[in-house]
Design a protein around this ligand. Structure first.
Ligand code: ADP
Length: 500
């Protein structure tokens, strides 16, 4: 198959979140399976000065933006150690900036224009480089207008006729919503500004465009694909997603097992595998306690959290629970993350009030994240919503027991230690229902009780370590969905031909 990714981020070039990881990691795995993959993304400042080899292609093109025309240039590179070609759309007025989307906490005022340009450029690149994809795989709101332009402006041209589209939503909470006058920038007819197409409660929505005009939609876990069809998680798009439910798929993200494998992890003081997990984790735990200035005590349960300190992750719920439990329970808490300043402060105050029980690091540290996940006993994740989530997968691969709210990807990847699941040897952690202090407390109480039963504990840990969270598995699922897109698009073309 020939696949073109339209994305705003791909590692190692540009990343602000899971989108960058998925695009930079999935594309080489698809290539390894024999598919031809090209990635199209903006040439941001971090790409230009990131030390990557960039080849200018000497191709200039022009696209309409509102009443003006804007010129773009193309450059090329590769995802390192792979045949995946990356085509960069160069337009320095739009992309040569300090950040990808915002400055000083505010979105760039011209984000709509920047990504109208990007979306139009993607369709031009297909023509200029003669790419002929079977599937155009668009990611998140930044490429939401690509399926719209394809359907409304390009698909009548022979070279674009065969192209089906998959639109992947990595997080429903980011929608690319702009005021209605920005319709002018898109160059699309106002007749499409209606509730069935581009209009979203009086505004223009890129995410909606992607959902409406693509052949199929996917999100990053099967459960999240269900969740977003409900008012609680749908961010007011649940009706539209229900309408498109026959074309909506959920595919779990994979784990980069070259980075996240306790048997080879260079950040750990002691590597271990499923046969040496008890000894290995004991060393990692003691070293972690030492590193963080906690009392070195093998009997104290270490509960850890790594990730953005934001509402989505329920970090406020965790902080409240720690405040209730820390005065009287012999538990050590480790928090690594940055995010919302209020939540950061409540975590800092916990560390001040309980210095020998709570350690808080407000920073981004990959090595420390590895050591924490290896050294902890229990990994609580009280997320309000979770499209996929990676840490619960890392925790399992490292023999650390996740205690998660049953939402999105958390529900798909953690098997609750019910008596039946334990008896069947399937259980890997604990799942609770409510994103609240009581909900989390209930889940943690079950985990603490299990911690006292070593046979059960190591059974859970070893089962988790043997899970297959590889990208290969995810990529196979993507290929199935690509084939579905190709078939559906062809049958749509046949129907159109019949209708004359
Ligand atoms: P999201 O994309 O919603 O933030 P994910 O769990 O999908 O959450 O991915 C976040 C990734 O970033 C995880 O690998 C997590 O360990 C990592 N991460 C987040 N914050 C930090 C931090 N402060 N230090 C190190 N790694 C972090």
């Amino acid at each position: 198959m020939r696949i073109v990714f339209a994305t705003s981020e791909a590692v190692p070039f540009a990343k602000t979140g899971g989108l960058g990881d998925v695009c930079g990691t999935l594309s080489p795995v698809l290539a390894k399976m024999g598919h031809e993959v090209t990635v199209i993304m903006p040439l941001y400042r971090c790409v230009r000065y990131g030390g990557f080899p960039l080849e200018p292609l000497g191709i200039t093109y022009v696209v309409p933006i509102g009443t003006k025309t804007v010129t773009g240039r193309l450059a090329a590179s590769h995802i390192p150690n792979s045949p995946v070609r990356v085509i960069f759309v160069e337009q320095d007025q739009y992309y040569d900036r300090d950040d990808l989307y915002h400055e000083g906490g505010n979105d760039y005022l011209d984000n709509c224009e920047r990504f109208v340009f990007f979306c139009r450029s993607v369709l031009e690149v297909i023509r200029l480089l003669d790419l002929r994809p079977d599937v155009l795989h668009c990611h998140d709101w930044q490429s939401g207008l690509v399926p719209a332009y394809l359907r409304l402006e390009y698909q009548t041209l022979p070279r674009y006729r065969q192209i089906g589209t998959l639109f992947t939503i990595h997080n429903m909470a980011y929608q690319g919503v702009f005021w209605h006058w920005d319709m002018i920038l898109t160059g699309l007819d106002w007749k499409h500004f209606n509730w069935r197409e581009l209009e979203f409660f009086g505004h223009l929505s890129f995410l909606k465009a992607g959902i409406v005009y693509s052949t199929a939609i996917s999100t990053v876990s099967p459960q999240y694909a269900q969740d977003i069809q409900t008012p609680e998680f749908g961010c007011r798009m649940e009706g539209l997603l229900q309408h498109r439910s026959d074309s909506l798929f959920g595919i779990l993200n994979g784990v980069d097992t070259t980075q996240w494998n306790p048997a080879t992890d260079r950040f750990l003081p002691r590597q271990y595998d499923v046969t040496t997990v008890a000894e290995g984790k004991a060393v990692c735990k003691a070293e972690l306690q030492k590193e963080l200035g906690l009392p070195v005590d093998p009997g104290a349960i270490v509960m850890a959290s790594v990730g953005r300190l934001v509402d989505q992750k329920g970090s406020d719920i965790l902080a409240k629970l720690i405040r209730q439990w820390a005065p009287w329970r012999p538990i050590q808490w480790v928090i690594l993350g940055e995010g919302d300043s209020e939540i950061e402060e409540s975590c800092r105050s916990l560390a001040r009030d309980f210095p020998d029980k709570v350690v808080v690091r407000i920073e981004f540290s990959e090595p420390l994240a590895h050591r924490i996940i290896a050294g902890a006993d229990i990994f609580p994740m009280p997320s309000r919503f979770e499209p996929c989530g990676l840490n619960q997968m890392y925790a399992q691969l490292y023999g650390t027991i996740p205690v998660v709210r049953g939402t999105g990807g958390l529900k798909d990847t953690v098997v609750d230690a019910t008596p039946e699941n334990v008896a069947a040897g399937r259980a890997t952690g604990f799942v609770f229902e409510e994103a609240s202090v009581d909900g989390l407390a209930g889940g943690l109480e079950r985990a603490i009780a299990a911690f006292g039963n070593k046979d059960l504990w190591w059974q859970l840990a070893r089962t988790g370590m043997q899970q297959d969270f590889s990208w290969k598995r995810s990529a196979q699922k993507y290929v199935e969905v690509y084939q579905w897109v190709i078939d559906r698009h062809r049958s749509m073309l046949r129907e159109l031909a019949r209708a004359g």
